[in-house]
Design a protein around this ligand. Sequence first.
Ligand code: DQA
Length: 149
Amino acid sequence: MKILALHGINLNMFGKRDPKQYGTTTLAEIDAQLQALGRELGVDVECFQTNIEGEMAGRIHRAHAEGVDAVVINAGAWTHYSWGLRDALAILACPIVEVHMSNVHAREPFRHVSVFSEIVRGQICGFGVDSYLLGLRAAVSAARAARAN
Ligand code: DQA
């Protein structure tokens, strides 16, 4: 089973960026934790980050071609306005779990909206790196349930 973890715009700056909101863990450390949990759960986790929206759309299109079993996505600020990425994600038939390090609902009003809400299985936010790890657990469990049906 293959799970794709997607990180969007500015998330390569985790560890250096606004530690009050995002802590001090780097993206490489988050990816290492996701891969370690993936091994524990018996799934393959591939991580991908880009700051270019078209590259993210292209990676999602490839995920469709590859038939990945689930996607965990933190699209960063794209979450709040990218209808293009929403449409790309909507092409996928597999479960999609949206994650955020910070509690977006306790921050500025523009962060309260996710254009992905209608097409994701659920959103996990506010738990720092644990948002990703909980998101991976949710994605694996949803993918296993989908396989069983
Ligand atoms: C974020 C929240 C977004 O509002 C913000 O633009 C980010 C990070 C988070 O992980 O908390 O870049 O997705």
